[in-house]
Design a protein around this ligand. Structure first.
Ligand SMILES: C[S@@+](CC[C@H](N)C(=O)[O-])C[C@H]1O[C@@H](n2cnc3c(N)ncnc32)[C@H](O)[C@@H]1O
Length: 357
């Protein structure tokens, strides 16, 4: 999977356990990003809707969530990947922008991207495997980039992996069905049907995904935008239309509460970062206001499991019980029927560190 800020990779066993304990059959993964959480739900047999505002996330969702690994013709996809892999490299917009005017990739790999992406545009646009082939290109490019994981800068010295040759590999498809919706959370959430489980993982600060991952936006759109600055960001990064309210300090808390209010989920699970612009008690209150019977807050450490339930909120949104130092912790709210929330806490508590990390 691509390197991604805020990816919930380490939380997957826990979020997965919450999903399984709830007996959910349908789920929404809002702000799906890499689609990792949606993938975990799908692997556990849930029918998932994955949604995000980014174009690259939509392509990932079409690959991992919409495509059914049980019915796709894997040999046919592999044959297409082999054909694309063998195209001779050619220098184009991508090479000039990201390998000559900046140093995100070695020119040999930029040329490969130009050749493959042009061919995808010309001859595979209507191919049912287009998203899978494009995902493969994104994953291949990610493995040979020269960044620390965000595209706001490239490394002064080439990353060792950047010297490798870009390789297209078959993405690991998952059996089952699902859907992908691209759009602003505030616009798409009201259109969703009720799901058994509604997970959300919004951005919590000023760092924009549109600029942090501008190369993936360009790779997917293939629109050759004018770019600016050392990072060669897309010129439309400056447009209001590409800015998310979730990155605006004054607007984010209101928008977040609105999404919670509109999220139609029997159980709602919210990933939370305590360095965010919203107080934990406000989130808990918003969950109660949305009609949930119980709300609990779980804490996770990147290295070890710390404790399932560090905070529990009474229906007035007041914290009952002690909450310790929360720095560098991953926090997750679980809201729903009291018994379901309790089952979720037990399911998380039953997981043991050695098998998890
Ligand atoms: C913290 S990341 C989610 C990470 C994801 N859970 C994962 O594991 O990969 C937040 C996501 O919110 C998306 N986003 C930002 N503003 C949005 C908006 N207004 N509507 C929908 N998605 C938005 C970003 O593109 C980003 O993928």
């Amino acid at each position: 999977m691509i390197k991604y800020l805020g990816s919930k990779r380490t939380l997957l066993p826990f979020i997965g356990a919450i999903a399984s304990s709830s007996g959910a059959e349908t789920a929404v993964d809002l702000f799906t990003g890499t689609t990792r959480v949606a993938q975990e739900f799908k692997r556990r047999g849930l029918k998932v809707l994955a949604s995000d505002i980014s174009t690259y996330s939509e392509i990932l969702a079409q690959t991992y969530i919409v495509a059914d690994g049980a019915t796709e013709n894997i040999d046919e996809i592999k044959a297409k990947l082999t054909y694309l892999q063998n195209l001779p490299g050619k220098s184009g917009y991508f090479t000039k922008t990201f390998c000559v005017d900046s140093r995100y990739f070695q020119p040999k790999n930029g040329e490969k991207v130009d050749a493959i992406r042009d061919e995808l545009e010309l001859n595979f646009r209507d191919d049912p495997h287009f998203p899978i082939l494009l995902t493969s290109l994104m994953l291949g490019a990610d493995r040979v980039d020269s960044t620390t994981g965000v595209q706001m800068a490239y490394l002064k010295q080439w990353a060792a992996r950047a010297h490798n040759d870009l390789e297209l590999r078959m993405p690991e498809l998952i059996s089952g069905s699902g859907s992908a919706v691209r759009g602003d959370a505030l616009e798409v959430v009201p259109t969703f049907e009720t799901a058994d489980l509604f997970y959300m993982d919004p951005p919590y600060n000023q760092h924009r995904y549109f600029t942090n991952y501008h190369i993936w936006e360009t790779l997917v759109r293939w629109d050759e935008p004018e770019s600016y600055g050392i990072a060669m960001k897309r010129i439309d990064s400056r447009d209001e239309g590409t800015k998310s309210v979730f990155n605006k300090k004054r607007e984010m808390p209101v928008a977040f509460k609105k999404v919670i209010e509109q999220a139609k989920g029997k159980m709602v699970v919210v990933s939370y970062n305590n360095e965010s612009w919203v107080d934990a008690s406000d989130i808990s209150q918003a969950l109660y206001d949305a009609g949930h019977e119980a709300v609990s807050l779980m804490e996770f450490d990147y290295k070890r499991y710390v404790g399932a339930q560090i905070g529990i909120f009474n229906p007035n949104g007041e914290k009952v019980g002690k909450v310790g130092a929360l720095r560098n912790k991953e926090l997750v709210f679980v809201a729903g029927d009291a018994s379901a929330v309790e089952d979720a806490s037990k399911a998380v508590a039953s997981l043991r560190p050695p098998t998890l990390f």
